[in-house]
Design a binder for this molecule. Structure first.
Ligand code: CP3
Length: 350
């Protein structure tokens, strides 16, 4: 497993081909996903070890991608400690009592491994199954939400465009913000530790909405807490990927938070991103997820440009390695046949 292309690339070694996996590959666009999810609420599915195992394996079986992403959600740890929330289809996580005061923060319990027996069971099952898939076995990527992105749901009470309440707390009540971000950092770090202890071989920290802050505010109000999570994950010896959307101005700082690989969104030119991330780390990305709706030859031409750009940068020592991915999650209406062609193309191109 340690010689699998994904883990080699993530560690900055030279794999035999560019590894590829897709954010949100575990579901939504797959008919077999919709079959097993029928009538099961999202967070109930995330607490059922058999469903987690099946859904995580579906895209690996179908596409032969180089890594599995654990099926769960960034708000699942909050659900497990009793925060009243649900994931509304087509909307996202909705929190019944938003967090606004120090008392609200203190009322959130710490997460312990005892809250997550179904995670330990599912990762254990997956590790066994995945060992037999692919030439070297297929690594499992564990994940967690970064403190800023999780805080935005807790403070806003749901998805947001402006993050006005989140930023009001961040700028206006620094001691409440610090307590909240520390609390979430501890929860996310424990969530990663449980996944790695049970057999996950790498982790990705999703700070999807970090692009809502500028670099100075990122360094002051966001990075210290993501660093806590990434340092605890680093102590486990697994590669750490750090990803955000609209993160062009934050790439260096997201790397310096403690990542081995920085995920780049599709809006950012890859070569430009590589020079910001620098030679100490790897890069992941970054095909526009909407290119799957273009003619296949257009999609593959763009994928080829990404592979060649990154390969040249690796050869020149400007970046340590490249993991191919989309520049954000798979769009639910994606034709799985296009992702199959894309996977095969990445494997044979490089
Ligand atoms: O490949 C995978 O899907 C892996 C598992 C995974 C899910 N969510 C499953 C999920 C991962 C890694 C996440 C992370 C996540 N969750 C993020 C960060 C990633 C990103 O896309 O930036 C965020 C912001 C969330 C919060 C969340 N959960 C949102 C915004 C939504 C979408 C709501 C909707 O229906 O539009 C969810 C729900 C969710 N999480 C689904 C899945 C498969 C869809 C639920 C369903 O199929 O009914």
């Amino acid at each position: 497993m340690q010689s699998s292309p994904f883990l080699r690339a993530a560690r900055g070694e030279r794999p035999g081909h560019t590894p590829v996996w897709f954010m949100r590959q575990a579901g939504r666009s797959l008919p077999e996903y919709h079959r097993v999810r029928a009538g099961v609420a999202m967070l109930d599915a995330c607490m059922d070890a058999d469903l987690i195992t099946e859904i995580t394996l579906q895209p690996v079986r179908r596409y032969g991608v180089d890594a599995a992403i654990f099926f769960s959600d960034i708000v699942l740890p909050l659900k497990s400690i009793g925060v009243d929330l649900e994931i509304k289809p087509g909307v996202g996580p909705v929190v019944a009592s938003p967090v606004r005061t120090l008392a609200d923060v203190e009322a959130i319990p710490e997460l312990t491994p005892e809250h997550l027996p179904f995670i330990t069971e599912a990762v254990g099952n997956l590790t066994v199954e995945l060992a037999g898939m692919g030439e070297h076995g297929t690594p499992l990527i564990g994940f967690a939400g970064a403190p800023f992105t999780v805080a935005s749901y807790l403070v806003e009470g749901g998805p947001s465009k402006e993050y006005a309440k989140t930023k009001a707390l961040m700028f206006g009540a620094p001691e409440v913000w610090d307590a909240l971000m520390r609390k979430i950092a501890g929860i996310s770090a424990t969530f990663l530790e449980v996944q790695v202890a049970a057999g996950a071989s790498a982790v990705q920290l999703f700070d999807s909405w970090a692009g809502a802050v500028n670099p100075d505010d990122y360094v002051r109000y966001v990075q210290p807490y993501s660093r806590i999570v990434l340092e605890r994950a680093g102590a486990l010896g697994v590669p750490r990927i750090h990803f955000g959307v609209n993160s062009a101005s934050l790439l260096r700082q997201m790397g310096e938070a403690g990542a081995d690989v920085v995920g780049v969104d599709w809006r950012t030119p890859l070569d430009w991103a590589i020079d910001r991330i620098g030679s100490e780390r790897g890069v992941q990305g970054n095909l526009d997820p909407a290119l799957v709706f273009a003619p296949t030859e257009v999609m593959l031409e763009r994928a080829g440009e990404i592979i060649d750009t990154a390969a040249a940068a690796v050869a020149e020592g400007r970046i340590r390695g490249h993991v191919f991915n989309l520049g954000h999650g798979v769009i639910p209406s994606t034709d799985p046949a296009q992702l199959q062609r894309l996977t095969d193309f990445v494997h044979t191109r490089s």
